[in-house]
Design a protein around this ligand. Structure first.
Ligand code: TTP
Ligand code: MG
Length: 342
């Protein structure tokens, strides 16, 4: 039986801000965009205090402001969160080299080979992260990644939850289908149409029905996931496949100069980032969202992989020239596909 831990930091961006500004503790804190709630942007995260007002990730900042005007609004300081994140990941790797880095504030750890009981290891991890960063996290312990991830979310914040295969009916089946990895709003809506609300409802559907509706691959996945089955190994090393940046204009614009300047800046940022990490771009995609939210992309492949600003800017402008800019532009983004430099 494998023993997998899922570690997820509590209200991560907000917690990092509260740590370096203790006067914020206990106050509703909202992190997002430029930190100005009268401007455009979305909430990246909200402290647990702010969540009491109904504020959550991905909500427009202006809505958050209406819900709680006295909240403290702060801009996203991604560099600082990434710095704290790498401290946490380094601590985790000390405990087991079998670590999968899943996101800025979460990771899986395989502790099957460790002699100590799982709860003891989890408590040590919590202590080590607290000592290193001053922050709290929630940990799920289970025989696989799927269940460990669900478990870490069950008792937030500062939770420690152990799930075994015997707990599936009691603890997993009553949960909404959205809690399953790989079930997004689209599948959720579809399942609701079939009167399937909980993971238990899903588990009771015959496999044939799921395959009929979702095809063999996803149908099988849903069937197994709803029964808590997941054999996937930890991915301890991965290569980034792309890098991207985007900007929402403060005011929708049809000024070509403004759009072009922004595109050039995004390209410069990306090129700096990928050259630092030792990658070349192999293709370039430009995305434009118009004022009515219609979104289009144009892409081009480079003759050969490159990390030269001029070459990538040229490719991005070629893409830009292929758009019909008849409406005002709300957002522009660039994505480059990556290949490792030899
Ligand atoms: P989460 O772990 O989903 O959220 P959280 O750590 O803020 O809160 P919780 O205690 O519920 O785990 O995401 C980690 C960070 O990723 C979060 O602090 C901010 C960022 N994030 C976004 O920028 N946008 C988003 O929509 C989400 C969900 C997260
Ligand atoms: Mg988190």
């Amino acid at each position: 039986m494998r023993r997998i831990l899922h570690i997820d930091m509590d209200a991560f961006f907000a917690a990092v801000e509260e740590k370096r500004r203790p006067e914020l503790r206990g106050k509703p804190v909202v992190i997002g965009g430029s930190g100005d709630p009268t401007k455009r942007g979305v909430v990246s995260t909200a402290s647990y205090e702010a969540r009491k007002y109904g504020i959550h990730s991905a909500m427009p900042l202006q809505t958050a402001y209406k819900l709680c005007p006295h909240a403290v609004f702060l801009p996203v300081d991604y560099d600082e969160y990434a710095r704290v994140s790498s401290m946490i990941k380094a601590k985790l790797k000390e405990i087991s080299p079998l670590m999968e880095d899943v996101g800025i504030d979460e990771a899986f750890l395989d502790i099957s080979e460790n002699q100590k009981p799982s709860e003891v290891i989890a408590t040590e991890i919590k202590g080590a992260i607290k000592a290193e960063t001053g922050l709290s996290c929630s940990i799920g312990i289970a025989p696989n990644k799927l269940l460990a991830k669900i478990a870490s979310d069950l008792q937030k914040p500062d939770g420690l939850t152990v799930l075994s295969t015997d707990d599936i009916e009691k603890c997993i089946w009553p949960l909404p289908v959205r809690k399953l990895w790989g079930v997004g709003p689209k599948t959720e809506g579809y399942l609701r149409g079939m009167a399937i609300e909980t993971i238990g409802d899903l588990a009771k559907l015959p496999l044939e029905t799921l395959i009929e509706y979702f095809g063999p691959s996803y149908g099988n996945y849903l069937h197994e996931a709803s029964h808590g089955i997941d054999d996937t190994p930890l991915i301890t090393h991965w290569e980034p496949k792309s890098a991207s940046r985007e900007t929402t204009f403060q005011k929708d614009t049809d000024n070509w100069q403004t759009i072009a300047k922004c595109l050039a800046e995004l390209v410069k940022d990306i090129v700096e980032d990928i050259s630092e990490r030792g990658y070349d771009a192999s293709h370039v995609t430009v995305k434009i969202r118009f004022s009515d939210f219609e979104t289009h992309t144009r892409a081009t492949t480079l003759k050969e992989p490159a990390n030269n600003v001029e070459i990538i800017r040229k490719a991005a402008f070629l893409c830009l020239s292929r758009f019909e800019l008849k409406k005002k532009v709300r957002l522009i983004g660039v994505r480059v596909g990556l290949s490792k430099k030899i």
